[in-house]
Design a protein around this ligand. Structure first.
Ligand code: ZN
Length: 287
């Protein structure tokens, strides 16, 4: 039945002249965040765009052989969304994942997924920066915006932190990038965690948007990367640090950057218009 439905959807999209939806996989199952609530929100947001057909692969709990045996067929998908922060996968799965992204597969790293796998070098290159779980100065540099440009800040210090949740402004830093084209220069994000002090290899990484981590809320006092585009081999990675939970994910800015980031990671282009309800510099917008 599922196959028949897929065939009908494909036929309908061919007849209407629209491209078939992009096969998309969300990976979840272990996370110190509420993945059971956030995966359906992201799946719905992606499918609402009409561009994505979303499967979910849920890693079993624990650290036993079931986790090592987890091995979805990555190459069936144009883009993989990581909503996973948990136990190490088996080596064969890690190698297959590296080959998938390096070979041109799309990857989206969502919020705490950048905490995962501190020891997996290739994964840390895919995310550019990460935090917590034993990461140190040796993990790489802070990725920040200073004096009008992107900088790798190698000053020593902690790795991974956020202050109290609050509404904060996202500053567009790469307005010509397909994900950002047409978005306002500044927009107010719904109350969320603002990740700061994140560090990593940060190779082939372009900051798309930053947020000022205001010390008033316990932040670093720096303009910290929040949306990042990374090249890994032939693959494209969109790293979004926002979206701690389902409430923050109601922000139209989160939804739209997720939709656009997924499309870019999958195809290298963004065809979606910026919706009229996109947040303004001084006004949050929720769906
Ligand atoms: Zn969080």
């Amino acid at each position: 039945m599922k196959k028949l439905l897929a065939a009908v959807v494909l036929a309908a999209s061919l007849l209407s002249g629209q491209a078939a939806p992009l096969p998309t996989l969300i990976i979840d199952g272990q996370n110190n965040h509420d993945w059971k609530s956030t995966t359906p929100v992201m799946k719905q947001a992606l499918e609402a765009s009409g561009l994505f057909a979303v499967d979910v692969a849920t890693v079993p709990g624990g650290t036993g052989p079931e986790v090592a045996a987890f091995k979805p067929e990555f190459t069936k998908y144009k883009v993989i969304v990581m909503n996973y922060n948990g136990a190490d996968w088996g080596e064969a799965t890690r190698k297959a994942f590296e080959a998938y992204v390096a070979g041109g597969g799309g990857l989206v790293v969502q919020h705490a997924a950048d905490n995962s796998f501190p020891q997996w070098q290739a994964y840390n290159e895919m995310t550019a920066v990460g935090g917590w779980y034993g990461r140190t100065d040796k993990s790489g540099a802070y990725l920040r915006w200073k004096d009008g440009k992107q900088v790798l800040d190698t000053s020593p210090g902690q790795v991974g932190h956020h202050g109290a949740q609050h509404e904060f402004v996202l500053d567009t830093r790469a307005p010509k990038h397909p994900i950002m084209a047409g978005l306002p220069a500044q927009w107010l994000h719904a109350s969320d965690e603002l990740y700061d002090f994140m560090r990593g290899p940060a190779k082939n990484a372009t900051i798309l948007a930053t947020a000022f981590a205001d010390p008033k809320f316990g932040g670093s006092g720096e303009h910290e990367a929040q949306l990042i585009a990374i090249e890994f081999g032939k693959g494209r990675v969109f790293h979004t640090m926002i979206g701690h939970g389902p409430e923050a994910m109601k922000c139209v800015g989160f939804i739209v950057t997720l939709q656009r980031g997924c499309e870019w990671a999958a195809t290298g282009k963004v065809t979606q218009p910026v919706p009229a309800d996109f947040p303004k510099a001084d006004a949050v917008s929720l769906r």
